[in-house]
Design a protein around this ligand. Sequence first.
Ligand code: COA
Length: 162
Amino acid sequence: MSTALVPGTFDPITNGHMDVIARAAQLFDQVIVAVAASQKKRPLFTLEERVALAQKATADMPNVTVEGFDDLLTTFARRKGANVVVKGLRAITDFEYEFQMTAMNYQMDTSIETLFVMSPPEYMYLSSSIVRELAALHADYDRFVPACVKEALEARFPVEDS
Ligand code: COA
């Protein structure tokens, strides 16, 4: 059985991430969405909240599960029996960062391969921090996130009565 990881901070999960997960789910028997604790990023949502949102968003994908992790990606992948990491590539600006991470991961475990999928144009410039900013400013961001994420962001950034 082939198992792939789709890792990230997912603070919160966006439709861009959903696109990567759906593509991975077509290519591999089993996909684990690996939600990194990423404490250094000071996430808006706790690890438990990010895992719960990703679980809700992927509930109708039968071969996708979601797990949080707090160690090295390669250690987590080995523990889960996954030998492929799937990542989304958006603009060319992603390349340098992804290249560095892939090279480091490869140094740590040569049995783990990283596979990149191209994001479609509508998600090219999407990121979790842009979504958080749109939510904080009460802008329209429905098309960028699953419904459960929109609900969670609205609760986090309620519209004040003036
Ligand atoms: N669509 C939309 N947004 C995307 C995207 C896509 N296809 N791909 C990435 N993004 C966004 C993310 O939302 C994130 O946005 P933000 O920075 O505005 O919050 C940004 O692009 C960076 O994403 P990503 O490259 O997935 O980084 P990350 O910080 O979310 O996750 C880990 C990186 C978790 C994979 C990496 O830090 C890791 O492996 N950590 C574990 C510890 C470890 O092994 N460290 C050594 C690594 S060499």
